[in-house]
Design a protein around this ligand. Structure first.
Ligand code: ACO
Length: 379
């Protein structure tokens, strides 16, 4: 249950922190009334159309789009930091192949952080450098884990590819068609930042204790894993597989709603009239499905969306188009949420730096609902 409860002598409880403005941020602005999302003032759909993911990362971290020289410097560092340190590789390979890839990413972030030469340096320069190194290495972690689960050998990083191309190269051992690369890059831009969502807020809570950047990101990965947040993109694909074909969508939905199941990839805490990022990702998905000849998936997508809109008036969120997009790109379903991590780590680390720059310990109150004070019985 979400909502506000209060009594005459007790302050209101905002269950789920619904509607609570916890702090200011200059990083992004979500406007549910106009279904818009701005990164540092720029509409996200314009950035997706005209900027690379690397430029968007620079923008989110520094507040402005990079000059050519600034982008070249960031790119050189990122490309030089793509390889896994042996201690991180060993940690990934030590985990069972049956564990969830988000557990692998969470562990790898923690080990990478402990191994970072500036681990305990919280100066703004060190935090920026750590954010860049962590962002740079995540594709190798995610790709290594998917490949080992399929019995495939690791792929050597290349320094002549963009971030998106390199991610696909490390995962598949080839750079796919530009349509695929573009759709993947668009998804990264759209996933990069979204104000005080659950995982970002988790990162800010941890940062507010003056804990370090990697601890904050490790916690954020844990928050993102849940099905009500980032885990929904995997669950969308599971839904599509369960339904099978477009002609079964309505019946499936009616049964699922009768069982009071949540339909993954639909609804949003902030957007109640549609998610600002969906039209951009849907356009990329359409291109991808056309390119890969997956008309069946396009029909299923439309059929479930139409039925959900008609039955509940609840619209898709970004995880709805990214799920099938990642599927046709060739990622296995458990890898979807780790892809979200590699994008959102930019937003998380920008928020950690903002929190540290204007810190106040985040420590809300609770209303006690347990027994009245009582005596410990004789024992
Ligand atoms: N399927 C079925 N019913 C839904 C859904 C859904 N996906 N979303 C909301 N509802 C219903 C609720 O059951 C509730 O109905 P009720 O009033 O009869 O109980 C009503 O709509 C209001 O929903 P809330 O749960 O109060 O909405 P809230 O803002 O708390 O939840 C959330 C938002 C968690 C995203 C919810 O819509 C949901 O569970 N969606 C599915 C998971 C998902 O796709 N998460 C991804 C989020 S976006 C992202 O991470 C990129």
């Amino acid at each position: 249950m979400t909502g506000t409860t209060s009594t005459a002598d007790a302050p209101a409880i905002r269950k789920g922190l619904v509607g609570v403005i916890a702090d200011e941020t200059a990083i992004s602005k979500v406007n549910p009334d106009t279904n818009s999302l701005l990164y540092r003032g720029y509409p996200v759909q314009d950035l997706a159309a005209h900027a690379s993911f690397e430029e968007v990362a620079y923008l989110l971290w520094h507040g402005e789009l990079p000059t050519t020289a600034q982008l070249a410097e960031q790119t050189a560092t990122e490309r030089a930091s793509r390889a896994l340190a042996p201690v991180v590789r060993d940690a990934v390979l030590a985990l069972p192949t049956t564990c969830h890839p988000m557990d692998v990413v969470r562990t790898a972030v923690s080990v990478h952080g402990a191994n970072d030469p500036q681990a305990e340096d919280s100066s703004p320069e060190a935090e920026q450098a750590k954010a860049l190194r962590l962002w740079a290495v995540l594709p190798a972690v995610v790709a290594l884990d998917q490949r080992r689960r399929h019995g495939l050998p690791e792929v050597e990083p290349r320094d002549d590819l963009s971030y998106a191309e390199s991610f696909l190269w490390l995962t598949f051992g080839e750079v796919p068609d530009p349509v695929v690369v573009r759709a993947f890059e668009v998804s990264m831009v759209l996933y990069a930042e979204h104000s005080f969502n659950a995982s970002t807020f988790t990162a800010r809570v941890i940062a507010s204790t003056l804990s370090d950047l990697h601890s904050a990101v490790t916690g954020a990965v844990g928050a993102l894993k849940g099905a009500l947040h980032g885990g929904a993109n995997e669950a969308v694909m599971a839904t599509f597989e369960e339904i099978g074909t477009a002609d079964r969508a309505e019946t499936w939905l009616d049964e699922a709603l009768a069982e009071r199941r949540k339909i993954m990839g639909f609804g949003h805490r902030v957007y109640k009239h549609g998610d600002s990022r969906v039209p951009t990702m849907k356009a990329s998905l359409d291109e991808l499905l056309e390119h890969t000849g997956r008309q069946d998936l396009a029909e299923l997508y439309d059929a479930l969306e139409a039925a959900m809109t008609e039955r509940k008036g609840i619209l898709p969120n970004l995880d709805y188009p990214t799920g099938p997009a990642y599927h046709v790109m060739g990622f296995d379903t458990p890898t979807f949420t780790p892809l979200f991590v590699a994008a959102r780590v930019v937003g998380w680390t920008a928020h950690v730096m903002e929190q540290h720059a204007h810190n106040a310990l985040i420590r809300p109150l609770s209303a006690y609902a347990g027994p009245d004070q009582r005596e410990v019985p004789e024992r």
